[in-house]
Design a protein around this ligand. Sequence first.
Ligand SMILES: Cc1cc2nc3c(=O)[nH]c(=O)nc-3n(C[C@H](O)[C@H](O)[C@H](O)COP(=O)(O)O)c2cc1C
Length: 450
Amino acid sequence: MEAGRPVTGMHIGFDLSFTHTEGAWARPGSWIGTDFPDVRLYMELARTAERAGVGLLFFGDGSGIPSTWRGSIAPAVERGIQWPRHDMSPVIAAMSTVTERIGFGLTYSSTFMHPFYVARLLNSLDHVTGGRIAFNVVASTRGADAANYGFGELMDHDLRYERMEEFVAVCRALWDSVAPDAIVRDRATGRFADPAKVHPIDHKGRFFTVKGPLASVPSPQHHPLIVQAGNSPRGIAASARFADLVFGFGGNLAAQQRHRKLLDEALLAEGRDPAGVGILWATQVIVGRTATEARARRDALQAFWNDEAVATHLSHNMGYDLATLPESFRLGELRDAIVAANASPAGLVGSLLAEFGAEHTMSREEFFAHGRSRATGLDHGIVGDPGTVADALEENFAATGSRGGYMFSSPLAMPSGFADIAELLLPELRRRGSLAPAYPGSTLRENLAV
Ligand SMILES: Cc1cc2nc3c(=O)[nH]c(=O)nc-3n(C[C@H](O)[C@H](O)[C@H](O)COP(=O)(O)O)c2cc1C
């Protein structure tokens, strides 16, 4: 980081990707008197989060029902694992009508979608939210998603990132295709806009051909904020090229520091200032008024996760059927098999490789014990009273470069799991002066600047 540049403090996002799946729909105190997808609960949570100064409400996405484990959707359907998942853009629009400052992150896949559609939708959402929308662009690793868009097989891993880079470049060119001052709206003369300021983009690339211009009025942010999460070397290179903000996987501190270092190097290689790009670390928080209360909540959470639920969740996220695991294997062998299947070794397997090395032999049982901790989120979780959780976050923030902050998920009841973070933890962090100022600007881009 550049010497002398002020540290703005932590930014906080709430990850609302799984507010009703993985057992959250049935947890005591969850979805009281209603069920997913009742938009009123999201609107209520948006108001609570805004009062606490949360910067971003974030929705990850996936369009397929998990079917990688044993090639069947039955276990995921039976237990509600990573399904149902709706397109959350209308939910964001609804939440924006009851809030003024908080931002919203929406996920679309650059592997399956078309950039004209996404650029147009995000422009509209930027208008509706008054400049508070972010686009989380994902490369997608899941066969169940691919199958819905006509892909028998996922495109090669690195090729997906090439497509992502072109996808974002097309979106940006479309957002630039109507200049901010192109709209004249002169009622006296009837002149709506200046044709000299509206240009086709005539894009002809490897993946997309787009004439343009975008048939839209330029939006408040002009370019919605772009977020990217891939944490393979190629994924990090893509972030360095275009991301305004990175969504990083929590895991352990060594893995976070490695991610930060690789990103900084890649940003410098792109001629960008590493001090200006934050990482929000995916972190699961289980906070209680006391440590005992927090631990009891954590223990209650474990009950949902039987072996099949763990295997279904992990296989889907990795894009690799863990039913094929032998009784015992070298971690390097498993990585090679995952890469050969065009899936991603960056998640659980990446963490295990970093911790134990490629030569380490692991039993199937041991692997699933680690997998259970990943599936429950406890491997990137902090459990405790507000003071203990705040201490851990402050220490981690300083050790990972003090740029960005946290994307909190809560496996507890919806919406009280998040409300507890807003009402117990965030006031403690704010009192200590650890949080970035809440909403210093009027757009999300201004409010999440590091
Ligand atoms: C913190 C985090 C959040 C992610 N969220 C999503 C998501 O919502 N939807 C999705 O399809 N992929 C998601 N991914 C997957 C990534 O976009 C990417 O496809 C995956 O990590 C594989 O790429 P990699 O090998 O570069 O890591 C996420 C990844 C991480 C690390």
